[in-house]
Design a protein around this ligand. Structure first.
Ligand code: DX5
Ligand code: ZN
Length: 220
């Protein structure tokens, strides 16, 4: 199990009419990163926010802005997201034919580069781009919506991704259906960043919810 597990609330579950305030609230509640889900209504069946929204929330936290692009193509928008002030840009392996090029582009823009895998994509999709990677994101639901149930088979995928990475300094992030019940198995399999939307924002008790996920991940 990783010594330190980071919690990244997904603002997809926040009140979009009060996003700045919501970002300040999860920051104060002890989150490690802020996860932003970008959806285009084409790669995934939902539409959310773009670079303008990332730029708007940037002044509200100094924590890592972790931008998850569920868009195809991604390359034409990478510069705009970089300029918007995010820290990590993650593209989907399934979103385009030239993953290696996308990752080079992200790093050339001075950002950390991530690859996300939808549930059916095997871990081998990242085997030959490991040297260009700062983060591997294992989607544990089909991307597009918050509040879906965790797909249990993804625990084994997390384990395989962690094994493939070996000693390289690459984060393994898991996203979708993460709750205090699923956080333990994810961290046990080697995930060191847990994204959670509904489980953080439910009931308005952000600090308590983040602490519960963290405690479960750390085995307590
Ligand atoms: C789904 C998004 C997730 C989502 C997680 O496509 O990538 O980040 O918001 O939401 P929960 O934690 O509710 O499954
Ligand atoms: Zn996400």
């Amino acid at each position: 199990m990783p010594r330190n597990v980071l919690i990244a609330p997904s603002i997809l579950s926040a009140d979009f009419a009060r996003l700045g305030e919501e970002v300040r609230a999860i920051d104060a509640a002890g989150c490690d990163w802020v996860h932003v889900d970008v959806m285009d209504g084409h790669f995934v069946p939902n539409i959310t926010v773009g670079p303008q929204m990332v730029a708007a929330i940037r002044p509200h936290t100094r924590k890592v802005l972790d931008v998850h692009l569920m868009i195809a193509p991604a390359d034409p928008y990478l510069e705009a997201f970089a300029k918007a002030g995010c820290d990590i840009i993650t593209v989907h392996a399934e979103a385009g034919p030239h993953l290696d090029r996308s990752l080079q582009l992200i790093r050339s823009l001075g950002k950390k580069a991530g690859v996300s895998l939808t549930p059916q994509t095997p871990e081998s999709a990242i085997e030959f781009v490991l040297d260009r990677l700062d983060l591997a994101l294992v989607m544990s639901v089909n991307p597009g919506f918050g509040g879906q149930a965790f797909i249990p088979a993804m625990v084994e995928k997390i384990r395989r991704v962690r094994a493939l990475i070996g000693r390289r300094p690459i984060h393994v992030e898991v996203d979708g259906g993460v709750t205090p019940d699923t956080a333990g198995p994810c961290a046990g399999a080697g995930a060191d960043v847990l994204v959670a939307g509904s489980a953080v924002f439910k009931g308005g008790k952000y600090q308590e919810n983040i602490a519960a996920i963290r405690a479960a991940a750390m085995g307590g």
